[in-house]
Design a protein around this ligand. Structure first.
Ligand code: PAF
Length: 250
């Protein structure tokens, strides 16, 4: 255990969800590296990148008190020292989130590859909140035989059910009320019911709501053993995503 490295890659703005990932990492290894790097390659919207909350000092303190043994906040040049070798997420990266956020997952894989090359972790821990990201990273690691074990951790929610996200800081009290419709809709048993619930909230603009097969990330069918509801949409100009195994919303 002491020779291994557990890694929690982040873009900072750490919240209780990140801290759970760090605590989980600490159970896997005595050495826990947390990276903080806001990766421009995965933002398709310059305004979202500019508004992304940044607080390296506060984040470092939080990460260390949650059990990190090293906090690494690289510069752009450290991550991308020469010509950027982009990694493609392929067709998987163009579904759902990728339809709206073109090249987002290519940017995620490109930075995760560079982070792994630097940190050389044995384990890397990712939250289920970004379920498509988790799926794509697991697939890429498997296909390319990258020697890192990918560990997933359940989404952490506020007491009202809203999935924790660094972007939630930008929600007003009224926006937050509208955002809660996502969690309610994830309690539905069918896609139709999910859509009906979402349509009741005028402050929520739907991007997609679907039930997918967790093994393939295709739309679920009668043979799907593990189904998951995935929802994305906008509240007052802010894009929110969430997901949950069907029928098991807590
Ligand atoms: O999930 C995130 O915070 C980011 O996508 C990640 C994995 C740190 C890559 O920038």
């Amino acid at each position: 255990m002491s020779d291994s490295i557990a890694f929690v890659p982040t873009m900072g703005a750490l919240h209780a969800g990140h801290l759970e990932l760090i605590e989980h990492a600490r159970k896997l290894s005595d050495e826990v590296v947390v990276s903080i790097f806001v990766n421009p390659l995965q933002f398709e919207n310059p305004d979202d990148l500019a508004k992304y909350p940044r607080d390296i000092e506060g984040d470092t303190e939080k990460a260390l008190s949650a059990g990190a043994t090293r906090v690494w906040a690289p510069t752009f040049d450290e991550i991308y020292p020469s010509e950027i070798v982009k990694i493609s997420a392929g067709e998987l990266g163009q579904r759902f989130e990728g339809r709206e956020r073109v090249a987002h997952f290519d940017g995620v894989l490109t930075v995760v590859n560079r982070l792994f090359q630097n940190v050389k972790p044995n384990f890397a821990i990712f939250g289920e909140k970004d379920f498509q990201q988790l799926f794509i990273i697991k697939n890429w690691v498997k296909e390319n035989q990258i020697p890192v074990e990918i560990i997933s951790h359940p989404t952490v929610r506020d007491s009202d059910g809203l999935a924790l996200s660094s972007r939630n800081q930008r929600l007003s009290a009224a926006d937050r009320k509208s955002a809660l419709i996502i969690h309610q809709a994830l309690g539905a048993l069918t896609k139709e019911e999910m859509l009906q619930i979402l349509a009741t909230e005028p402050g929520f603009k739907l991007d997609y709501a679907e039930i997918i097969d967790e093994e393939s990330f295709e739309i679920a069918n009668l043979e799907s053993l593990h189904k998951r509801g995935i929802i994305a949409g906008w509240v007052n100009g802010l894009r929110l995503i969430d997901n949950s195994p069907m029928g098991f919303v807590r």
